[in-house]
Design a protein around this ligand. Structure first.
Ligand code: ATP
Length: 264
């Protein structure tokens, strides 16, 4: 579980398409995600975000096009070898219920034939803000937020470089969600990862990512910096998604001013 040694790879999509029957879930996506960047993938339900993400670790095999990691097609070689280099965290993270937290975190290393020392487990827990005493607990003895933290620790245990996160904080209360997002962003920096985060939450995307991709009908309809999105410079479809957090922020601000006037 070496720190700092990892450096996230570049990820590139070239003409990637995937249909399920008549539905074009992903429709001719071409783009490059720079090494070490934090990219959010947002869009309405059913727009193709999860399908696109899963073409990277081959949980979905595209019908057309190529996905490459550091310029090597992901289709080269066996999928299990590819997945060793990729951390994957999703909603309700799927910890093995019959294994302790420590065993869950060590599972990736065990598959590689390595044992994890207690100190390594403690360090993995510490990274995600959990006490070393959690190592002995079973998943059903954890809160939802703690389980997601363990899921992140497990995904990072093999020093993967690339992290794919599919609504990782989606089922959590807003405070825990915000905390965990901040904790994760710091880890992304410290471990110099490449992170691709699928989220419904535009505010989360704007606050965490360096670059936001908006999907609609299987296509990328906007590709922008958070500041450009907020300023309404990323087109109508992106603006419709930004309108919600922007209006909320404005209403909260107005409420705060009213309160200040009322008290004054
Ligand atoms: N295994 C599958 N079989 C059939 N259709 C699928 C399958 N996976 C996804 N789809 C369809 O492909 C489209 C894109 O789905 P996808 O899960 O990628 O969207 P999404 O943007 O991630 O949605 P959500 O935000 O609701 O998770 C949807 O119409 C979905 O119903």
């Amino acid at each position: 579980m070496a720190e700092a040694a990892t450096h996230g790879p570049e990820v590139a999509f070239d003409g990637v398409g995937k249909a399920f029957g008549a539905i074009a879930a992903v429709d001719d996506v071409t783009l490059t995600i720079a090494a070490g960047s934090f990219v959010a993938l947002v869009g309405a339900s059913g727009s193709g975000k999860s399908t696109l993400l899963k073409t990277i670790n081959r949980l979905v095999e595209p019908d057309r096009g190529t996905v490459s990691i550091d310029r090597r097609p992901v289709g080269e070689g066996p999928a299990f070898r590819l997945r060793r280099r990729i951390g994957y965290v999703f909603q309700n993270v799927g910890l093995f219920p019959h294994m302790s937290v420590a065993e869950n975190i060590a599972i990736g290393l065990r598959i590689e034939g390595r044992a994890a020392a207690d100190a390594e487990i403690a360090a993995a827990l510490d990274r995600v803000g959990l006490d070393a005493a959690m190592a002995a607990r079973m998943p059903d003895q954890l809160s939802g937020g703690q389980r997601q933290r363990v899921g992140v620790a497990r995904a990072l245990a093999t020093a993967p470089g690339l992290m794919l996160m599919d609504e990782p904080f989606g089922a959590l209360d807003p405070v825990t969600r915000d905390q965990l997002g901040t904790v994760y962003r710091a880890l992304h920096e410290r471990l110099r990862l490449t992170t691709i985060l699928v989220t419904h939450d535009m505010a989360e995307a704007l606050l965490l990512a360096d670059r936001v991709l908006v999907m609609a009908r299987g296509r990328i309809v906007a590709d922008a910096l958070p500041a450009d999105l907020l300023a309404g410079r990323a087109g109508a479809e992106a603006d419709a998604l930004v309108a919600v957090p922007r209006a909320q922020a404005e209403r909260l601000h107005a409420l705060q001013n009213e309160g200040a006037v009322g008290r004054g």
